[in-house]
Design a protein around this ligand. Structure first.
Ligand SMILES: [Zn+2]
Length: 326
């Protein structure tokens, strides 16, 4: 590096550092300059090898018979107290944490290494023009995705949990659009109108059974499991992901309220609707996605007819190639 290049480096470096330190992350729909492809400049973890979301390619799932039913506790009672709905500038968040241990909503079993307590739930969605789930299924995005974030009960704080690969367990649910409203979502959908601007929050009129937001209990045995991260900065690689096969139904008009009621933080005089708040799929790298015992998807069941025939042949050919010489 010559003196001229060196001088240039010193000239440009402080600018870059300042942008990163004071920088705010955003989605491309707000400003491509701070969108997901730039997050790793703010937080190196966002460029790591175990990032989320991912594409779930059902041709390459690995069945894991140990992935039985998840035990949901406290999901079937409306807890006393209040739940707060907030626009945090990136999504709408419903806080579920309770001070009282007896009121904890937890999950365990299903191959999870311990018990996890529900902290909050939030959503990722698209716009009237496009779908907005974070995980994709065989390359396809679905209209919306619900995340229920749980913390391993052996950790005291979120900061502590983020330091461990088993620190958090997030349940992901896809949505499909129906022509009739899903009345179980009324409390949240009505609440959206009261958290229109970033920083707004409102106490919901009443709590409700969390199970009512999910698909029918009998449909929760089918899920996909992999090791990943938070899908927003700081992108901590501390999440055991469970993405359910069965989608939740939501009315077309209800989904529309997400697009039209909520706003991103104002940038100057511009107030943008909160749309397309999803991170695109990240490379799977050396990870595998596992299918639960009861997941309907198998490596060949959902592949097109051509490939169902092809894959055994390919396997045979590969076995031949790699078997030791006689
Ligand atoms: Zn999320």
């Amino acid at each position: 590096m010559g003196p001229r290049e060196l001088a240039l480096t010193f000239l440009t470096l402080p600018l870059v550092v300042r942008a990163a330190a004071g920088g705010q992350w955003c989605y491309d729909s707000q400003d491509p300059k701070c969108g997901p492809s730039h997050w790793k400049e703010l937080k190196a973890t966002c460029g790591g090898n175990k990032q989320s979301p991912v594409n779930i390619d059902r041709r390459w799932l690995q069945r894991d018979r140990r992935l039985g039913d998840i035990l949901f506790e406290g999901y079937d009672q409306a807890p006393p107290g209040k739940w707060r709905l907030a626009n945090d500038g990136h999504t709408v968040v419903l806080s579920l944490a309770s001070e009282s241990v007896s009121e904890h909503i937890t999950i365990s079993g299903g191959g999870l290494p311990g018990r996890y307590r529900a902290l909050q739930l939030h959503f990722h969605w698209g716009s009237p023009a496009r779908n907005g789930s974070e995980h994709t299924l065989d390359g396809h995005q679905l209209p919306m995705e619900l995340h229920i974030v749980h913390i391993n009960v052996k950790y005291q704080t979120l900061a502590e949990a983020k330091g461990h690969p088993n620190g958090l367990a997030v349940l992901g649910f896809f949505f499909q659009v129906s022509e009739t409203p899903n009345t179980n979502y009324n409390t949240i959908v009505v609440g959206l109108r009261n958290v229109s601007h970033a920083g707004d929050s409102v106490d919901l009129a009443s709590t409700f059974r969390l199970s009512t937001l999910l698909p029918d209990g009998s449909r929760l045995s089918g899920y996909y499991r992999y090791q990943g991260s938070l899908t927003t900065p700081d992108c901590s690689e501390a999440v055991i992901w469970t993405v359910f096969e069965e989608p939740v139904e939501i009315g077309r008009d209800q989904l529309q309220v997400f697009f039209s009621s909520l706003h991103f933080p104002a940038a100057g005089s511009t107030l943008l609707k909160m749309t397309n708040n999803f991170r695109p799929p990240q490379p799977l790298r050396s990870r595998k996605v596992f299918a639960s015992r009861a997941a309907t998807a198998s490596s060949t069941a959902l592949a097109p007819a051509c490939c169902q025939l092809l894959s055994p042949l390919l396997l045979l050919a590969l076995t031949g190639l790699f078997s030791p010489a006689p």
